[in-house]
Design a protein around this ligand. Structure first.
Ligand code: SF4
Length: 131
């Protein structure tokens, strides 16, 4: 996983979203994994608070006003503990290659530290903890 700290990650089988910057295309198939009761999942995940990951891709998710709008929304949610700004990288490309799926962001630019700082600042301006 991107970002600092120890993470609890719950991957569910099957995702129709196909986000442009998805680093986990291996979770897209609707079958696989193991069945789990909702109670089991909520009991386990309920021990943790919410972290938001914001994938920052120049030309796609670097609109600072849009980031500010999201920050405004998140600032009203008490369950959100922090926001991690994740600068785009191509580490997920190997998964796409292994699965035979074209990687849509191959050769996309990596955001520089100035841009990362500006976007991070939009979240901090809303009194969110942002890294
Ligand atoms: S990151 Fe990938 S698997 Fe997760 S919601 Fe987005 S498209 Fe689906």
């Amino acid at each position: 996983m991107d970002g600092p700290g120890t993470r609890f990650v719950l991957f569910t089988s099957g995702c129709p979203l196909r986000r442009l910057y998805c680093a986990d295309p291996d979770t897209w198939p609707m079958h696989g994994g193991r069945e789990a009761a909702v109670d089991e999942v909520t009991t386990e995940t309920g021990k943790y608070r919410g972290f938001i990951s914001y994938a920052l891709v120049p030309g796609w998710t670097d609109d600072e006003d849009a980031a500010d709008g999201l920050a405004g929304l998140l600032s009203g949610l008490s369950c959100v503990e922090r926001v991690d700004i994740l600068p785009f990288h191509e580490l997920g490309a190997a998964k796409y290659d292994a699965l035979g799926i074209p990687f849509p962001l191959r050769n996309a630019p990596v955001p520089d530290t100035v841009l990362v700082g500006r976007v991070r600042g939009r979240f901090r301006e809303r009194d969110l903890v942002a890294h």
